[in-house]
Design a protein around this ligand. Structure first.
Ligand SMILES: Nc1ncnc2c1ncn2[C@@H]1O[C@H](COP(=O)(O)OP(=O)(O)O)[C@@H](O)[C@H]1O
Ligand SMILES: [Mg+2]
Length: 377
């Protein structure tokens, strides 16, 4: 009865495995070695991605593994199961990786700990703690971006501790009759109050979201609708020295690939230049900015709305309904792999910056993102 026994063995194995998964989460870091490579005995890993919900079977993990493998690079997922253990390891000087990408510290403090532990141990961190304080804190970024002349909405900052007050005539003139009131330390639109009069009362009401934060009382920007019902709103990215644009609609939170033809049709190169300048001013390796395309009188055609989002959403649309396009995610994974490889082999950074956009309809699968060098450093 070999067959029956064999089946029972398989069934038992499945039960044992299920028990193991249910009863005792495996907290030991699970390093994904390059495909076809030799298994190393130590805990060394080239690249670590930190994202609480990510696991080793996730689509994004597979995409990263596929990008890292040809370069001979190993990968480790830091998620909610092993984040504390990894933090302890880095603090103790154990198993220091080459590069750490933080995609989670804004919403999960334990990942902030991991980021600081990694940076403190000398790991190259994408998401540098010192820069994040400067640029992802909207009230601080506001002032500095204004100073360098980037197109940000007119804003009055009401600092934590300051009393909610009526705006001066001059401030009211700048902000307009309808405004957006938002916390400086916002994520995912939380605490944003839109389309209200900028009164002391409205400001006070908005601040109840978090009394410890500074608030931006901001001119409300209106964006166009383009042909085909497309919302005239972009996300511009700097990915380790390469630039790219995606469509993104605030109402639905859905992304779409943006092609070279779109750039020509809607004259979008100035949006790329804004990202170029943001990258230079901020020094941040990997961020996105929300950019509204407007036709308002007396305001620039492109207005930066959310200036500097680090921890960009990378979970692809095939895995998460409101995620970015898979082709784009694959391209980002490629940039990460190339970046880690260059650091590992002391190649320095790529010279100049390039722009990557979707090829557009009719392009062969896997050839959707194409590069043009737009400027030399
Ligand atoms: N000045 C503004 N004018 C119009 N809409 C705005 C403005 N500021 C924010 N919004 C809207 O609110 C959303 C969330 O604000 P944002 O600044 O992106 O904060 P978060 O960091 O929470 O994403 C934006 O995506 C945009 O749709
Ligand atoms: Mg935003």
């Amino acid at each position: 009865m070999g067959t029956a026994n064999g089946l029972r063995d398989l069934a038992n194995k499945a039960v044992r495995r299920a028990r193991k998964l249910v009863g005792r989460p495996d907290e030991s870091p699970w390093v994904l070695r390059p495909k076809g490579g030799v298994r190393g005995g130590d805990g060394y890993v080239d690249f670590v991605i930190g994202l609480d919900f990510l696991n080793n079977n996730a689509t994004l993990t597979r995409m990263l593994h596929e990008a890292m493998s040809p370069y001979g690079l190993s990968l480790l997922v830091a998620n909610k199961t092993n984040v504390v253990k990894l933090t302890e390891d880095y603090r103790a000087g154990r198993d220091r990786p080459l590069v750490y990408l933080d995609l989670c510290s804004a919403i999960a403090p334990e990942f902030g700990e991991l980021l600081r532990a990694a940076a403190g141990a000398g790991v190259y961190t994408i998401g540098q703690p010192a820069l994040l304080d400067q640029w992802t804190y909207k009230a601080r970024a506001q002032k500095r971006l204004e100073e360098v002349g980037l197109p940000v909405p007119a804003t009055v900052v009401i600092a934590a501790g300051e009393r909610s007050r009526e705006l001066s005539a001059e401030e009211r003139q700048a902000v307009g009759e309808r405004c957006v009131i938002k916390p400086s330390w916002g994520v995912a639109g939380k605490g944003v109050v839109a389309n209200v009069k900028p009164t002391a009362e409205a400001i006070e009401a908005a601040r109840q979201f978090d009394l410890k934060d500074d608030y931006l009382v901001q001119r409300m920007i209106k964006w166009e609708k383009l042909g085909g019902g497309r919302t005239a709103y972009l996300r511009g990215y700097n990915v380790l020295g390469s630039r790219t644009l995606l469509w993104w609609a605030p109402e639905t939170k859905l992304y779409d690939l943006l092609s070279w033809a779109d750039v020509r049709e809607h004259d979008l190169m100035p949006a790329v230049e804004l990202i170029e300048r943001m990258a230079q001013v901020t020094g941040m390796d990997y961020f996105s900015s929300e950019i509204a395309i407007t036709s308002g009188v007396g305001q620039p055609r492109f207005v930066l709305i959310d200036y500097c989002n680090d921890q960009c959403d990378m979970n692809p649309v095939s895995a998460q309904a409101d995620g970015p396009p898979d082709e784009w995610v694959r391209w980002v994974c490629e940039r990460l792999a190339e970046f880690v490889w260059r650091r590992k082999h002391g190649r320095g950074e790529t010279v100049g910056s390039s722009l990557w956009l979707a090829e557009g309809k009719g392009a062969a699968a896997g050839e959707t993102m194409t590069q043009r060098v737009v400027s030399a450093a």
